[in-house]
Ligand binder design. Structure first.
Ligand code: PEP
Length: 659
């Protein structure tokens, strides 16, 4: 199934390929873009999201404070998760993992918003903080679209374009993490760099109260301890008025009370009003006791206090009824100059300016990293291209100097009987093959690799000038107390000339590591056997695009310590593990691509001549029906045949593909 898919991708018409490309790109932009905006808006105003979580909890009958550490942590983690997933999708980082995780998250969010849509526990979900408010119906529709796109991306994760090489993805990941994490922590400590909540700087409280236009602002009230309405007095004062917001006195940070009291003294000196604004039900005497505060206290609605300043306590300055500046309790002004400077700066910098600054701060290093990565990839590409060109040229020159022989390297069809046939059946098969092939001589070398117990007898019934004999394995020890093992020397003594080593079944089921195989290869060569050495990747490795890497490591691990002279006695067999005994054959183009890569790798190590002379067989569900197409490829020099070597007519059919 997977193989068929691989082959299908290559066979898609250009129009369909283009359509798929556009669809994948659209889904990436939609899902990735939404997650980035959603994560960024939470990092920009995490306290806003904490309030939302408080509202959700209240709807389910739990009382949680938005200032509680678990609530703050959950908000921070959600912001980081959404932002990183968005960036991963857009840049094509860890595509498999990112698409699966995105699907899980969108599925969870869709279920949650379906519940919210049906039962309306809150008026809006708070996905984009205060930047963009969506109704519950709109949120559900948005999440359904995202869910469908995420599902599609899961099936097409390999079609998501990587904008950064795998090697340098760590840089983009770490920077994105630091940015979103830093922004969240910074905002928790100070105030949002861009304030989209009601009562942002510039809000005209007096006008809102008079006209009732901005509903949330117009509903603001402040009562004295005696219950008298002081709202108008605040809004109509023409001077400066400072409001110290204290939505939750037990949790309020009192670490800056000296600065607060000094500020209060400064206000008294300049005849500016200074009030504490706390929520209904709060005990202000607690704050008095903790800080020695002497300023008057007014009572307001808790949600409005939290909208006025996202800090507990926070400081808001009104001037002529307008909100003109805000401070968190962690950066309170000390002097009149500080106050004037903050007022000027907050007036001049709009919230969109702040967002532009943040975007530049994030994007600039990221873009530089992407450019450096492109340069790095480009230079590696050029280097490889150069090396390959040189090798190709050498091979070509070598080919011509060898008088354009039809082919210099031996073509071979080798059978691997595996653990099949008892002695009598095996000998019968060998006799039958011998008869058929001596009557109709093959155009290629033929080898049969049999179980150990068949070797000596089969050796006596075949014509060794027509059929070579090989074992399927040999020991990694020369001789001695290794019960059940068969040494290379013993194999050789039966009349065999070949031995298969490194077969994927031996690697997988008998734990044969590159080191063990290296020992076996050395012993086989020392005893005058030719080695048919198998290499190949498993399906997951091919799907992750790692087949070249895997095959190269297998060659390096067991063969690259040989001399070129020793290597001349090695035949390679490229056997993609997903094609062995499964009926799934690699396409002829896939086989050729790998064989050419293997030959280039051999050339890099042993030189162009050795590479040109190395026989590379293909193995994996090779049959009479597909052998001709596979063997027609310039770098495929024959096959290592499993299942189809057990019947003389099938094996002969494959051998005849060379005719
Ligand atoms: C093998 O095991 O080497 C092999 C290629 O098997 P099959 O031809 O049965 O896929």
């Amino acid at each position: 199934m997977e193989t068929q898919q691989l082959a299908k991708v290559e066979r898609l018409s250009p129009l369909r390929r283009w359509g798929r490309f556009v669809l994948v790109r659209l889904c990436v932009l939609l899902v990735g873009g939404t997650f980035i905006v959603s994560g960024f808006s939470k990092a920009l105003d995490p306290q806003g999201m904490c309030l939302k979580l408080q509202a959700y909890a209240a709807a389910w009958g739990w009382h949680v404070s938005p200032d509680a550490l678990p609530v703050r942590t959950a908000t921070g983690l959600l912001a980081i998760l959404e932002f990183l997933l968005g960036i991963y999708l857009l840049l094509g980082i860890r595509r498999y993992f990112a698409t699966r995780f995105t699907l899980l998250l969108t599925l969870a969010l869709t279920l949650l918003t379906t519940y919210i849509y049906i039962y309306s526990p809150v008026a809006d979900c708070g996905c984009f903080g205060a930047i963009l408010t969506l109704s519950n119906g709109q949120t559900l529709a948005k999440n359904v679209v995202l869910l469908l796109c995420s599902l599609y991306l899961c099936f097409r994760s390999r079609d998501i374009r990587r904008l950064i090489s795998e090697k340098n993805q760590w840089g983009a990941s770490i920077w994105s993490f630091l940015f979103v994490c830093g922004l969240t922590l910074w905002t928790y400590h100070y105030l949002p760099r861009a304030d989209f909540a009601p009562f942002s700087v510039g809000t005209d409280l007096r006008k809102a109260l008079e006209t009732g236009q901005d509903e949330q602002v117009a509903s603001f009230y402040a009562l004295t301890a005696e219950g008298e309405d002081a709202t108008l007095a605040l809004a109509t004062d023409t001077g400066r008025t400072f409001l110290l917001t204290l939505p939750d006195i037990p949790r309020a940070d009192d670490g800056n009370n000296d600065r607060l009291n000094d500020l209060h003294d400064l206000c008294a000196d300049r005849h500016w009003q200074f009030y504490a604004l706390t929520a209904e039900g709060q005990d202000f005497s607690q704050w008095n006791d903790r800080t020695g505060a002497t300023y008057p206290v007014l009572v307001a609605d808790e949600s409005q206090l939290r909208a006025l300043a996202r800090s507990n306590p926070g400081l808001v300055m009104l001037h002529d009824g307008k909100v003109v500046a805000k401070w968190s309790c962690n950066n309170l002004p000390e002097t009149e100059t500080d106050i004037a400077a903050a007022e000027k700066q907050q007036k001049e910098q709009t919230r969109w300016d702040a967002i532009k600054h943040l975007a530049t701060l994030y994007l600039l290093p990221l873009i530089i990293w992407l450019l450096l990565d492109n340069l790095y990839v480009g230079s590696r590409f050029l280097k490889h291209w150069h090396i390959r060109r040189k090798i190709k040229l050498k091979i070509q020159t070598h080919k011509t100097t060898l008088n354009k022989q039809q082919s210099m390297r031996k073509k071979i069809v080798a059978g691997n009987w595996k653990m099949n046939k008892n002695l009598q059946e095996g000998v019968a098969l060998a006799k039958e093959l011998n008869e058929v092939l001596t009557a109709d001589r093959p155009n290629c070398g033929v080898v049969i690799c049999t179980p150990f117990i068949h070797l000596a007898t089969v050796s006596g019934v075949i014509d060794h000038s027509v059929i070579g004999l090989g074992a399927e394995n040999c020991a990694n020890k020369a001789s001695g107390a290794y019960t059940g093992e068969v040494s290379a020397e013993m194999v050789k003594s039966t009349g065999a000339e070949y031995v298969i080593l490194g077969h994927s079944e031996r690697r997988a089921y008998y734990g044969e590591t590159p080191e063990i195989l290296k020992e076996k290869v050395n012993l086989a060569l020392e005893n005058g056997l030719k080695v048919i050495f198998c290499i190949g990747e498993v399906l997951e490795e091919r799907e992750a695009g790692k087949q070249n890497e895997v095959v190269k490591a297998q060659l390096e691990g067991s063969l690259f310590d040989l001399t070129a002279e020793q290597f001349a006695n090695v035949v390679l067999a490229y056997e993609p593990v997903w094609a062995i005994g499964t009926g799934k054959t690699a396409t002829a183009d896939q086989a050729e691509e790998m064989h050419a890569f293997i030959r280039t790798t051999i050339a890099e190590k042993f030189g162009a001549e050795a590479a040109e002379n190395t026989t590379i067989l293909y193995g994996g569900s090779c049959k009479p029906s597909n052998a001709r197409e596979l063997f027609a490829k310039p770098d495929v020099d024959g096959g290592l045949i499993g299942g189809a070597s057990l019947k003389a007519p099938d094996f002969k059919g494959i051998i005849d593909a060379w005719k």
